[in-house]
Design a protein around this ligand. Structure first.
Ligand SMILES: NC(=O)c1ccc[n+]([C@@H]2O[C@H](COP(=O)([O-])OP(=O)(O)OC[C@H]3O[C@@H](n4cnc5c(N)ncnc54)[C@H](OP(=O)(O)O)[C@@H]3O)[C@@H](O)[C@H]2O)c1
Length: 333
């Protein structure tokens, strides 16, 4: 029997948390690669908070996914057939190939994944996740030895790498996460100096003050909302606030209020700056070489949670927002 292409389409624009009925599972014939294209069998799909934004019809750094289109997603897979001289059958590649088992793409849209790299790592610390942590912290946050670096969403895919790179740079690192188990993992296995559970901490501003007594030199923000406001209350002179994401507001159905404490930027001569990892593409190879060395030496540790079966991706996506997962959330296609 001919294999068919299992695809998951965006069927509706979510209201609040995405649900299964926002997606449609279909089976189509395999795509045929044109000249300059390759056919890829996807092995793993990365689930990312940004997907929630891509499902909404609103101007952003990338157009939204259209209704009836294959849901956008970063994957790692194997080349089955190549009409691009730069790729051969059997090559391992990564690219934005979507929520589908098979995809065609121009070779220029794909990155080769070295055979020695386990494929799921190419979606985690040795992929977009690690690159986001690397450039966001080092280029935007500019940590200096001895700085206090506060990271929210610290037990997540990006945050856990941020904290470990900051430790490698000689910083004092404090993280926030949503369970005591995640906080223990940060302290006991990743070497964070302090970690607190933002759900049970009570007054976040006071907790940050207690865990960062010399003030926060770099705040790497993955969550926005109350955490951002509380961090602003505790900035040190000349602090850098890195806006990586604001997951606490991604499912909001009403406009999200801005940070009340923004004037701390003035008082502390601080700056707040957002970034998009794609803008650093010219430097990915150099960053991946350094991240690869740190992972091989055990200096960057990680955990991942693998969901079996592409058809289970819609049910898994909300776990990014409930926090019901440990480390990087990945779907085995
Ligand atoms: N700027 C860029 O180029 C770029 C690139 C990639 C990712 N990002 C951003 O980076 C952030 C982290 O992404 P990731 O892939 O590493 O995801 P992740 O951290 O692995 O997963 C999301 C985590 O966010 C936490 N969370 C969910 N709702 C929350 C809330 N209301 N308040 C506080 N924490 C909440 C949950 O952990 P808890 O159990 O701790 O609540 C959850 O595990 C996201 O904001 C994402 O959009 C930005």
């Amino acid at each position: 029997m001919e294999p068919t292409n299992l695809q998951i389409l965006l069927a509706a624009r979510p209201e609040g948390l995405p649900k299964a009925s926002d997606f449609e599972v279909v089976h189509n014939p395999l795509p045929v690669p044109k000249v300059g294209e390759v056919l890829v069998e996807n092995l793993y799909l990365s689930l990312d908070p940004a997907m929630r934004g891509w499902m909404t019809d609103r101007p952003s750094y990338i157009p939204p996914v259209g209704l009836g289109e294959v849901m956008r997603g970063l994957t790692v897979g194997t080349v089955l057939e190549s009409n691009d001289p730069g790729f051969a059958a059997g090559d391992r590649v990564s690219g934005v190939l979507g929520w589908q088992r098979y995809a065609t793409a121009a070779g220029s849209e794909l990155h080769k994944v070295p055979a020695a790299v386990p494929p799921t790592l190419a979606l985690g610390p040795l992929g977009m996740t690690g690159l986001t942590a690397y450039f966001g912290l080092l280029d935007v946050g500019e940590p200096m030895e001895g700085d206090t670096v506060l990271v929210s969403g610290a037990a997540g895919a990006v945050g856990s790498v941020v904290g470990q790179i900051a430790k490698l740079r000689g910083c004092r690192v404090v993280g926030s996460a949503g369970t005591d188990e995640k906080c223990r993992w940060l302290r006991e296995e990743l070497g964070f100096d302090e970690a607190f559970n933002y759900k049970t901490a009570g007054d976040l501003g006071k907790t940050i003050g207690e865990t960062c007594p010399r003030g926060v030199n770099v705040y790497f923000d993955n969550v926005g909302g109350d955490m951002l406001d509380a961090a602003l209350r505790n900035l040190a002179r000349g602090a850098r606030v890195v806006i990586c994401g604001a997951i606490s507001g991604y499912n909001a159905t009403e406009p999200v209020p801005g940070p009340a404490n923004y004037l701390a930027l003035l008082v502390q001569r601080a700056r707040m700056e957002g970034f998009i990892v794609f803008d650093y593409a010219a430097r990915y190879a150099q960053a991946l070489a350094e991240l690869g060395k740190w992972v091989a030496e055990g200096k960057i540790r990680y955990r991942e949670e693998i969901v079996e079966g592409l058809e289970n991706a819609p049910a898994a996506l909300p776990r990014l927002f409930t926090g019901d997962k440990r480390g990087k959330l990945i779907v085995k296609v």
